[in-house]
Every structure is written in structure tokens, then in C-alpha cells.
Design a protein around this ligand. Structure first.
Ligand code: ATP
Length: 364
């Protein structure tokens, strides 16, 4: 990935309105060359509109889109050097697989100066469909058809690949396999890729960086691990994976002593209703008693029969997920989630290490 040159794709203060609706709201993003960048968020948050603005199917109401530092305002889609794959891969049914891929070369010569035939063969090999050039698209599985669509989009050798929910029509198992293949192809070509999905697990699995969008604007842009472990807001904390979000008042800020397991750590005691829970702070935190704090603890970080920070809750239901069980708890009218291999029943005490709590909001 090139971190020194201008971003491969940049949106600078881009807004797109449709009448009263603001689909994309003052959006600024910079996607690096060779990066696999994913836009994820709930339905209607502006993902597809953002992709269409990059492709040139839509014009911004305000702001500018730039490719490698150059404005593409007024440049039509066919001159933008982008390959686009949509949700409904729309292969031409009256053409063979090979003809469908060759269609991607209708308006341009194959990159590198070889023949169109050789380029089609090369791309079908790349998407693992070597030898299928003469098949009709309707004799292929959904995943295979989607790979043909990808080969067609890649045929002219675009600088940027745009993928809009390319797997949403496929079943779960196939989606998992295809996303690995898409990532492998992207890595092999080193092509800048912008991927739209509403599936947060998919976003974490394939991306170099993820933008979690809400109401036309990103709430957080970061690598998958950061999104999961250090969500910037409560929305990100709960949209990406399960989470327990708790709010309370800081009743003390203290340092743990050397005898403590978390020695040297600064801790805020946060009182949620009448239970005091410890939350680890950054060393330079200027939090003080009386502040309000909202923090989250992942279900897999809650431990049963914890001997510290314990809160007592009742098991209300459990969902067996194979590897683990997702246990729903009632804690004084609040729902908490726990992940456990051996799900408890009845009344349980659960707790967490202060460093497993992550702060998402604070107010003085
Ligand atoms: P989904 O996951 O459901 O596809 P999305 O995040 O891709 O959603 P967009 O399709 O970008 O969301 O839509 C964002 C908002 O803009 C929505 O409220 C949508 O109704 C509106 N919108 C998008 N395109 C148009 C249009 N051509 N005319 C009017 N409103 C539009």
C-alpha cells in the first residue's frame, strides 16, 4: 500500500442531496493506493450513493471527488478508470462467460498490449474459472457468476475497483468463501478497492480499513481491529458485533496499588445505579468525580463468577451458536450479553477487568 503519494480516491466535503433527503453529508475520506477500503453501515446510511459518486454515476451537490490528487468533476464514468461490480451482477445471458468478460474490453484495448482472447483467459484464471469461457452464465452458480462479473470489471485494467454489496444475493457459506477469493484477487493485483456492505462481519474480515457510516457520514474510519476494540462512538460499538453499553457517574478516580492485578493503572469507579464498576483510564485522562461516562464491554470479556467488579444478573435466554452460546442476562432491568462455552443458568455473578471496558462517551 502506498502511503506517501496522493490518495488514490479522495472525497473532500462531499454532500449529495435528493430533494429533502441528504444521502451523503459533508463526507471527507481518503483511500490509499492499493488499499481495501470498506463502507459499512445500516440501510440508507449513504453507502451506495458514496460509491456512485466515486464511479461518476452521481454528481456531488457540494464538494469534490479526486483520483490521485486530480479532480474528476465532470468526468463521465467511462473515463474514470474504475471497474464496478453491482449486487445483481447482470451478466448478459445470450453471451458466453468469455464473451461477458470480453465485453469489459469493448471500449478499450487490453492493458499490456496482448490480445483480447489472452486477456479473457488471464482474467478467468485469476477468478478461478479457467476453462469455463464457453459456458453459458446460467449454468454457473451465483458465486461463479459474481466472479465473472468481477473479471469483466477488471478486464480493462482499472485503477480502482468498486464493489457494491457483491455478495448479498448469495447464501452465507458461499459469501464466506467468495469474500476470501475477492481479497486474494485484490491482493494479487494490488488494486485500490472500495467495497460496500451492510454486513459488519464481512467488513472486518476483508478490509485494510473500514468506514462505519451513519446518516451520510462516517462515525469512524479505522482498521478492523481498532473498530472492534476501540469503537469511537456508542453507535460503532453496537453496530459492529455485540456489545454491552453502560452509563454512570464517576464517583472516584484512583491509581491501583502494586499489589493489585492491574498495578499502576488509573481507574475510574463508575456508579451505574447503585453498583460501582471500575473502568481503566488512559494515564493522561482528565476525568474527575461527577463526570458522566458511557463505556462498553464485549460479551466475550464478561466472565462468570468473577471475584471482582461483580454484578449479579439473571439468565433470561441462551442461543446456542456452535462455538459459543450467546447468553442474555437481565441486570436490574438492563439486558446484558455474555458469550460462554458452558452457559450458566439462573442467577449469576459476572465481572470484567477494568482494561476490558472501553469508553465511548464522557460528559463533564
Ligand atoms: P442500502 O444498504 O439499503 O442499500 P445505502 O446505505 O446504500 O442503503 P443509499 O442507497 O446511499 O443508502 O441511500 C441513502 C439515502 O438517500 C436513502 O435515504 C435513500 O432513500 C436516498 N436516496 C438514494 N438515492 C436516491 C435517489 N435517486 N432519489 C432519492 N433519494 C435517494
Amino acid at each position: 500500500m502506498n502511503r506517501t503519494g496522493p490518495p488514490a480516491v479522495e472525497l473532500d466535503g462531499v454532500t449529495r442531496r435528493y430533494g429533502e433527503t441528504t444521502a451523503v453529508d459533508d463526507l471527507s475520506l481518503a483511500v490509499r493506493e492499493g488499499e481495501f477500503f470498506t463502507l459499512v453501515g445500516p440501510s440508507g446510511c449513504g453507502k451506495t450513493t458514496t460509491l456512485r459518486l466515486i464511479a461518476g454515476f452521481e454528481d456531488p451537490t457540494q464538494g469534490e471527488v479526486r483520483f490521485s490528487g486530480e479532480s474528476v468533476t465532470g468526468v463521465p464514468p467511462e473515463d474514470r478508470d474504475v471497474g464496478v461490480v453491482f449486487q445483481n451482477y447482470a451478466l448478459f445471458p445470450h453471451m458466453t462467460v468469455g464473451e461477458n468478460v470480453a465485453y469489459g474490453l469493448s471500449f478499450t484495448d487490453p492493458p499490456g498490449g496482448g490480445s483480447a482472447e489472452a486477456r479473457v483467459r488471464e482474467l478467468l484464471e485469476l477468478v478461478d474459472l479457467g476453462g469455463m469461457a464457453d459456458r453459458d452464465p446460467d449454468t454457473l452458480s451465483g458465486g461463479q457468476q459474481q466472479r465473472v462479473a468481477m473479471a469483466r470489471a477488471l478486464a480493462p485494467g482499472p485503477d480502482v475497483l468498486l464493489l457494491d454489496e457483491p455478495m448479498s444475493a448469495l447464501d452465507a457459506k458461499l459469501r464466506e468463501r467468495l469474500r476470501v477469493q475477492v481479497r486474494e484477487i485484490q491482493q494479487e493485483l494490488g488494486i485500490t478497492t472500495i467495497y460496500v456492505t451492510h454486513d459488519q462481519e464481512e467488513a472486518l474480515a476483508v478490509s485494510d480499513r473500514v468506514a462505519v457510516m451513519r446518516d451520510g457520514t462516517p462515525e469512524q474510519v479505522a482498521p478492523p481491529r481498532t473498530i472492534y476494540r476501540e469503537p469511537a462512538t456508542e453507535f460503532v460499538a453496537t453496530f459492529v458485533g455485540d456489545n454491552n453499553v453502560l452509563s454512570g457517574e464517576v464517583t472516584a478516580v484512583r491509581s491501583t496499588d502494586a499489589a493489585d492485578a492491574d498495578s499502576g493503572q488509573t481507574i475510574a469507579d463508575v456508579t451505574v445505579d447503585s453498583t460501582t464498576l471500575p473502568v481503566a483510564l488512559e494515564a493522561d485522562s482528565d476525568l474527575s468525580s461527577g463526570d458522566r461516562l458511557t463505556f462498553c464491554v464485549r460479551p466475550e470479556r464478561l466472565a462468570v463468577d468473577a471475584d471482582r467488579n461483580a454484578l449479579t444478573a439473571t439468565v433470561t435466554s441462551a442461543e446456542f451458536l456452535g462455538e459459543t452460546t450467546r447468553v442474555h442476562l437481565d441486570w436490574d432491568g438492563r439486558e446484558l450479553l455474555l458469550r460462554a462455552e458452558d452457559p450458566p443458568t439462573g442467577t449469576v455473578t459476572v465481572g470484567f477487568a477494568p482494561t476490558d471496558a472501553h469508553i465511548v462517551d464522557r460528559r463533564s
